[in-house]
Ligand binder design. Structure first.
Ligand SMILES: [Cu+2]
Length: 155
């Protein structure tokens, strides 16, 4: 009887571990599952953020989405690690360089993508509300070319 109970409890435990592992091995989101929060520096507070995978402030893979309001722009900056930007909705305008210049940028429509190698200076802007997805390897940081552009330095 004791052996039978032990067998049943170890079976239940195995099933439980299997279920927990299955959940962490596959995560799915529908657009309605995504919870938006106000962004914090180094992002301006007008942006909404949703972290889908990992913790961008820590080491390791992360995936996040940013909902950017119409007529927003970000000053020239770079990231310490590779960054992948995928446009989910709207249009994202992005340019390469240390000076903000709309003539030096190009539009990425929904479905478009940009890949920035570490320390590549770039700037971006939108005309309509736009959602982008960023994925890369943390810790994710924004280093502004001009530190006064960093929302963390503004009072
Ligand atoms: Cu960037």
């Amino acid at each position: 009887m004791r052996t039978k109970n032990l067998l049943i409890s170890s079976f239940i435990l195995t099933l439980f571990i299997f279920c927990v592992n299955s959940f962490s091995q596959m995560v799915t989101y529908t657009p309605n599952d995504i919870t938006w929060k106000d962004a914090a520096p180094p992002l301006p507070p007008t942006i909404k953020i949703a972290v889908l995978e990992g913790d961008p402030s820590k080491e390791g893979e992360f995936t996040l989405r940013l909902k950017v309001p119409a007529n927003w722009k970000i000053a020239p900056h770079w990231h310490p690690a590779i960054e992948h930007v995928t446009v989910i909705s709207g249009s994202f305008y992005i340019g390469h360089g240390e000076k903000f210049d709309e003539m030096m940028g190009s539009a990425l429509p929904a479905g478009g993508m940009a890949i920035m190698q570490p320390k590549t200076p770039h700037f971006a802007w939108v005309k309509e509300e736009t959602i982008i997805q960023l994925h890369g390897i943390g810790p994710w940081k924004i280093i502004y070319v001009n530190p006064e552009d960093d929302p963390a330095n503004k009072k």
